[in-house]
Each structure stands twice: as structure tokens, then as C-alpha cells.
Design a binder for this molecule. Structure first.
Ligand code: NI
Length: 291
């Protein structure tokens, strides 16, 4: 079924194209993702316009050159900020992880350092959806936004593939009996239930899409130490991008944070890690049951 990914990706891209999203960060991210040097994309217009292909406004003559320079400048600042903040967050998550015990989720006092209760809306049903709805299941949580030009689709494709690989390895008929893929928007102003619902189904039929309000989504993101920030004009309501942490979280059936995966962790690595954690958890529970 996952041969259909290219088509899904194309549809996801088409969905995104329905509103303008060709803003600085997306271009810079695209360049970075494709392994092109950041310096090259900002210092020379030739490589920049090459890197962003036919989309570049640079092809329109003098006005294009000016806007290109502006775009490059804001894009650069944005990426630097983003990287610094992201490094900080990843470090925070890592620190929380190593100071924990058990499944590496809790600190002294019994409070989870990463994760915890959240109350959002299931984009599919329009009903309230909380962390309790995931009890009894392993889940992969990914925070992002549907207008994200590159990173979110790539990461969600990875989440979907990991879900399928895990389901198959565990011989489960349904993904939810092995691993539930969950997308949580950090841009609820644009990602309403309808948009979020249509977006997630492009990746996996069982992917749960969660939306809410700025407040509820913000609270969920904070619990997971997800950094996000609107780029460009803060007052923009339609055309903007959101810088955000690119981290996928593994949650166990007790609702506890187990571990996290970054952008550079491959599909295979995530799958084998998830499987190891599921098997470890099941073995521990079987022991408890027989004791
Ligand atoms: Ni994104």
C-alpha cells in the first residue's frame, strides 16, 4: 500500500499549494534538507535560484533580485534562530530522558519531565481527544503544521512507514494494535478539523490528527517541549510558516514518554527501536501478570 506514497505526497503538496506558503524558511529548509550548503543558498543568487527551482521569484528581473536578497536574509536569520532553539530543546529532552527512571519518563516527585495530559480535538470525529484516549497503546506523536513545505511531510511519511513496519513485525491486523501514528498541529488557526483530517489521511489511514485552539495546542506542545514560532510577519493570518522542533515521540500504553527520534533517525532505526520498546514492555507486563 505504501507504493502509493508518491501519489499521496503529490496530493499533500497540492493540498498545501491551495494556500500560499512559499516563504523564506521553507526555501531554506528545502535547501538544507537536500544537502545543499546553507552558505551557498544565501550568498549567491545563482545557486539560490537553482536550489528553489522554478518557484524562485528571482527569475523576474530586478524586482526579483531585491526580494530574493530580502528572502535570503530573513531566511538566514530564521534558520539560525531555529537551529539554536532546536538544539536547546533537544538537549532539554535528552536531559529529561537521562534523569528519569523506569521507562526514563519520570523525575523525582513523580512528574513526567516530557509529555503528560493534553486535551485536544480529534480532527476525524470533531470530538474531544485526550492523552487518555491513547492508553493501552503505543503511539508515535509528531507535532507540525499542514502548510509545512518539506519537513513535516517527510517526517509523517516516516511515521507512517514505521507504523506499517511495526504492525507487520508484530503481526497486528490494525496499526492501533501495534502503534498509533498521531499528528498534532501547532498551527490550529489554519489547521482546523477538516484540513487536519484531510492532511493526515494522505499519510496513513489510521493516523490520528489532532487540532484545538492556540491555547490547547500550545499546552500540548509545551508538555512535549516542542518549540515553535511563526516566521516572518507576526500579524500574517494566511501566508506564513512556522519554525518548529522536528522530533517524534514514542509513548507507551501507560501514557508515559519512552523516547524520541530526530529528523536524522532513519525509518529502519525508528522501527527497530519501537519494536524493542514494545517487546520490552510486553515482556515486563507478561512477567508481572504471571508473578
Ligand atoms: Ni514542519
Amino acid at each position: 500500500m505504501f507504493r502509493a506514497f508518491t501519489r499521496r505526497r503529490a496530493r499533500a503538496l497540492a493540498l498545501r499549494a491551495s494556500s500560499p506558503s512559499d516563504a523564506p524558511c521553507g526555501r531554506v529548509f528545502a535547501a538544507v534538507r537536500d544537502g545543499r550548503g546553507f552558505g551557498a543558498t544565501t550568498t549567491t543568487s545563482t545557486s539560490y535560484s537553482t536550489s528553489s527551482g522554478g518557484r524562485a521569484a528571482a527569475n523576474k528581473g530586478p524586482v526579483g533580485w531585491v526580494s530574493l536578497a530580502l528572502v535570503s536574509a530573513t531566511g538566514g536569520a530564521c534558520l539560525v534562530l531555529y537551529d539554536r532553539e532546536r538544539a536547546r530543546r533537544v538537549e532539554a529532552v535528552r536531559a529529561a530522558k537521562t534523569t528519569g527512571n523506569g521507562f526514563q519518563t519520570r523525575v523525582a516527585g513523580g512528574k513526567a519531565a516530557v509529555g503528560g495530559p493534553f486535551a485536544l480535538v480529534d480532527a476525524k470525529t470533531g470530538k474531544r481527544f485526550t492523552d487518555e484516549n491513547l492508553r493501552g497503546k503505543f503511539a508515535l506523536l509528531y507535532f507540525g503544521f499542514t502548510h509545512c513545505p518539506d519537513i513535516c511531510p517527510d517526517e509523517l511519511e516516516k511515521v507512517a512507514k514505521v507504523t506499517e513496519a511495526t504492525r507487520e513485525a508484530l503481526g497486528a491486523a490494525k496499526a492501533e494494535d501495534a502503534l498509533v501514528p498521531v499528528f498534532i498541529t501547532i498551527d490550529p488557526a489554519r489547521d482546523d478539523a477538516k484540513r487536519t483530517r484531510e492532511y493526515v489521511k494522505e499519510f496513513h489511514p489510521e493516523m490520528i490528527g489532532l487540532t484545538g485552539t492556540d491555547k490547547t495546542c500550545g499546552e500540548a506542545a509545551r508538555k512535549y517541549r516542542v518549540y515553535y514560532r511563526k516566521t516572518g510577519d507576526e500579524r500574517a493570518t494566511k501566508d506564513y510558516l512556522v519554525d518548529h522542533s522536528i522530533i517524534t515521540y514514542l509513548i507507551n500504553p501507560d501514557g508515559d514518554f519512552v523516547t524520541f527520534y530526530g529528523k536524522n533517525t532513519t525509518e529502519e532505526e525508528v522501527t527497530s527501536s519501537v519494536l524493542a520498546h514494545v517487546r520490552e514492555y510486553r515482556a515486563a507486563n507478561a512477567e508481572k501478570a504471571s508473578a
